[in-house]
Structures are given as structure tokens and as C-alpha cells.
Design a protein around this ligand. Structure first.
Ligand code: COI
Length: 333
């Protein structure tokens, strides 16, 4: 097979090179460019394209041209598939595969890290130390212990169930909401409805895909219903949370803090360096000044296991499709 992998990163390239070594019949070619109407012509002559990106691929020309080159599959090296326009995928008779199982543990462990960081007030502690050389054990730094917290999970799929298992093991009460309930998860959590999760969680963590109907799933109404001691963790997709309402809720102390691995507008900051806070988009400027808010650069997934599996699982499905087999991870929209 001859595949063009857009948006290549140095750490993924290591596994691309390994794949080429181990599969002499294949030719994986990489480019740093993202796939868009300007770069789509590079795909001429390839059997398939693969992408890893947070940018939407919404120009019809991309799909029209890929199809005219005989390309029938876009192989995403990600869990999320919201960057793809499925109307165009169907119109041009293409399929999309993704890599939903590259490492649910990676995101789950990051969620656990975020929860402990927030709960044990490391944001304000580090802020006192680093900004003010203040090492006083102030009363507002006293924290809670995870075993007597309620952790609420919205979206109990591969990642969400792993999160449930981890918090359950630490003794927390875990409640969750999903459209589809998997009885196997009941060993770790109690399924309930969306509103009950919102109202009862001390730690509320999101693990759903982004469907258009889910935009702003957490906005003013939910912040008002949440406990004012609750922490929000979003390592799923930025638009699930309304930025404006989140900032208002933090300012009005409707919630106690947040950990954001993703955020609407993240394209403007992720993988970039800045010299001064004033260069950040306005939402980020406000949040960056709050010690009870932590950002990570869409890095919850970013482990060695994930990176390796993103290449191996995406390329395995490319080979399967080219050999006339059903892919393991077909995205059905
Ligand atoms: C995903 O796998 O969906 C991610 O969000 C991680 C990555 C593509 C940046």
C-alpha cells in the first residue's frame, strides 16, 4: 500500500519508519502539512490518506479531489472524528476509520492526575509558591480526600469506563451517564441520568465524542446546578463546554475549578509558544490567571503507548480495507 500521512509529528515518525522497515511491501510517506484544499493534491498517486489534527476538514474540494484520485478511505490517527464532514464522505463514497483503542488508559490516567491536582489544591499551592514565595499552609489550601468524593462521568465508553475503574479502585463513589449502558461497567459505577450526574458530582469529567447536538452540553444551566465545590475536567472536546459560561461560573464561584485539556479555540494556542499573556486569545487570558484552572495542551492522550498504537492501528485498518476486509474501527455516522 502507498499511504500519505498528513500532520506528521517527530514522535509518530519513529513508528512510521518502523512500519516501513517491518512491511517492505508498504510505502508510508509523511508530511507535516495538514490536509486541506491547498495540500490535497499531494495525495495524488496514493491509495489512502491519514490525518491527525484538530482542524476541521470541511472544504468539499478536499473530498472531491481525494475521490477523483481513487482514494476511498481517510484513516484518522485519533479517537475523535468530528473534524471530518460526513456529508461529503457519503457524497463521495468514502469511508473513515479511527483509532479509538490506542490507549483509553492514557486519557483516564490524565483525568486522575487532573482530579488529584484540583482536589489537593495544587494550583493555588504552586501559585503561592512560585508567584509569591509564600509557603504558608493557608486554610483555603485544606483539601478533601478522593475516597469520599463522588466522581461523575458523562460518556462511559472506552475511556469513561477506564476512568470509572480507576476512581472506584481509590474508593470514590462513581456515577455515570451514557445513552448506552454497559452492564460490565456496573462493577465500578452506578448509571444514572444526566442531570443527576451534574448535580451530585464533586468531580465531573467528560468523555463523550462531539456530536453537533452536544455542543455547549455544559453551559450556564449546568454550572448553576453543579455543586459550588465541584471541579470540571474536560479532556474530550472543547465545544462540549461553553467557554463564556465557564468563565462566568468560575468568577461567580459556581464551581471550584477546572482542568481543561481541550477548549473551543485551542487551535490558536496548542503547539505554539507565546512571550506574554496578552498574546493569548481573550478566553485563555482570563482563565490563565485563575490558580484553580489548569490547561494542558491537548496532551491527555500523549503517551508512548498511544503514539505507537495510533500508527499501528490506523495502518492495520488501511491494509485490511485495501485487502478487501472489514476495518476493525470503521466510523459509522
Ligand atoms: C483524539 O485522539 O481524538 C485526540 O483528541 C488526540 C489527538 C488527536 C490530538
Amino acid at each position: 500500500m502507498k499511504a500519505l500521512l498528513y500532520n506528521m509529528t517527530p514522535e509518530q515518525k519513529v513508528y512510521v519508519d518502523k512500519w516501513n522497515e517491518n512491511h517492505p511491501e508498504d510505502d508510508l510517506v509523511t508530511t507535516d502539512d495538514k490536509l486541506d484544499a491547498k495540500t490535497v493534491e499531494m495525495a495524488k498517486g496514493y491509495d489512502v490518506v491519514s490525518v491527525l489534527q484538530v482542524f476541521d476538514i470541511d472544504e468539499e474540494e478536499v473530498y472531491r479531489k481525494l475521490s477523483s484520485y481513487g482514494i476511498k478511505q481517510i484513516a484518522l490517527r485519533s479517537v475523535g472524528y468530528n473534524i471530518v464532514n460526513f456529508d461529503f464522505i457519503h457524497k463521495y463514497h468514502m469511508i473513515v476509520t479511527n483509532t479509538p483503542a490506542y490507549s483509553p488508559r492514557a486519557v483516564a490516567e490524565n483525568t486522575l492526575t487532573s482530579a488529584m491536582y484540583l482536589l489537593r489544591k495544587w494550583g493555588p499551592i504552586l501559585n503561592n509558591e512560585k508567584e509569591h514565595l509564600n509557603f504558608v499552609r493557608e486554610e483555603n489550601l485544606m483539601s478533601d480526600e478522593i475516597y469520599n468524593q463522588t466522581v461523575g462521568i458523562i460518556g462511559v465508553g472506552r475511556i469513561g469506563s477506564c476512568v470509572a475503574e480507576m476512581f472506584h479502585a481509590l474508593g470514590a463513589k462513581v456515577i455515570g451517564y451514557d445513552l448506552v449502558e454497559n452492564p460490565a461497567n456496573e462493577a465500578f459505577l452506578e448509571y444514572t441520568d444526566f442531570d443527576t450526574v451534574i448535580k451530585n458530582s464533586d468531580i465531573l469529567t467528560l468523555h463523550t465524542p462531539l456530536e453537533p447536538s452536544m455542543e455547549d452540553m455544559i453551559s450556564a444551566k449546568q454550572f448553576k446546578e453543579m455543586k459550588n465545590t465541584a471541579y470540571l475536567i474536560n479532556a474530550a472536546r472543547g465545544p462540549l463546554v461553553n467557554n463564556h459560561d465557564l468563565i462566568a461560573a468560575l468568577k461567580n464561584k459556581e464551581i471550584a475549578g477546572a482542568s481543561l485539556d481541550v477548549m473551543t479555540g485551542e487551535e490558536a494556542i496548542v503547539m505554539k509558544k507565546f512571550n506574554d499573556i496578552s498574546e493569548l486569545p481573550v478566553d485563555y487570558q482570563e482563565l490563565a490567571q485563575m490558580p484553580n484552572v489548569v490547561f494542558t495542551p491537548h496532551s491527555a492522550y500523549y503517551t508512548k503507548t498511544s503514539v505507537k498504537n495510533m500508527i499501528e492501528q490506523s495502518m492495520t485498518d488501511v491494509k485490511r480495507v485495501l485487502n478487501g476486509q472489514k476495518p476493525i474501527y470503521l466510523v459509522e455516522e
